[in-house]
Design a protein around this ligand. Sequence first.
Ligand SMILES: C[S@@+](CC[C@H](N)C(=O)[O-])C[C@H]1O[C@@H](n2cnc3c(N)ncnc32)[C@H](O)[C@@H]1O
Length: 251
Amino acid sequence: MIFDGHLRGLRAAGHDDPGRGIALESPRTLNQTAQQRVRARYESEHGRAWERIETARPASYFEENVVFGRRPLVRRLIEWLEPRAGLRVLDGGCGLGRIAEELAGHGATITGVDLVPRFVEAARGTASSGSLEFEAGNFVDRLRPGGKQAGYAALLLLGVLEDYAPAERHELIRHVADAAVPRVYLAFRFSDDRGSRLWNLFPEAQQRSINSVELLRWIHLHTAYRQRRQDRFVRRNFRCHLAELVRDPVA
Ligand SMILES: C[S@@+](CC[C@H](N)C(=O)[O-])C[C@H]1O[C@@H](n2cnc3c(N)ncnc32)[C@H](O)[C@@H]1O
């Protein structure tokens, strides 16, 4: 019973639960509310923890697992994405831009967009390649049809979907699907087995997570994207799913 109660508490704190969709009146309201909430979250200790993770200065056992757990994930991403000169990539929710920087080092042209201006300033401050640009804002705005920045070959959403409740997440994915970017790379913390729930009993390890089967099923049913490849990266409490999505021309 105590265990059940704890799990309910975790769900209330934002862990995935299909029954917890947010029903607001219009998608626009939903989106703005969500953006404000995400910004506020990264302006708190959560954002400082994220800075330590991205700059590889972990302050706890749990942060260290994320730092080391992400390394093979980034190597796999580079293998699948094949960044090279001429490849235009939108890094939606780029954080401090460390992954964007690495991809630009392979020759790709990267636009990183993040809701948190402090992160974008930091990313600009360390950018060492001319094929990198960073902007503060909602990455969805860069995907508007006919916009000056249309024509990306790939979109990265790495560690971004966890910031949203299921209904908001679906709305974001609908925007992505409308923009028809040929390839989309999703990395998200998954939670479809007992192991991750057990880790969630440790307060420091509490991270929002997503049921990968439900998310990918939803994408398959509601968009033209299909998962072409997937891999999973696990380092103790860090459990991350990487998916390469491509558009199915007949869907
Ligand atoms: C966990 S961090 C991941 C950063 C980076 N993608 C990485 O993996 O190193 C998630 C970032 O996504 C950003 N974010 C969430 N929703 C966004 C949106 N709609 N537009 C732009 N940035 C967003 C947050 O501000 C945060 O910096």
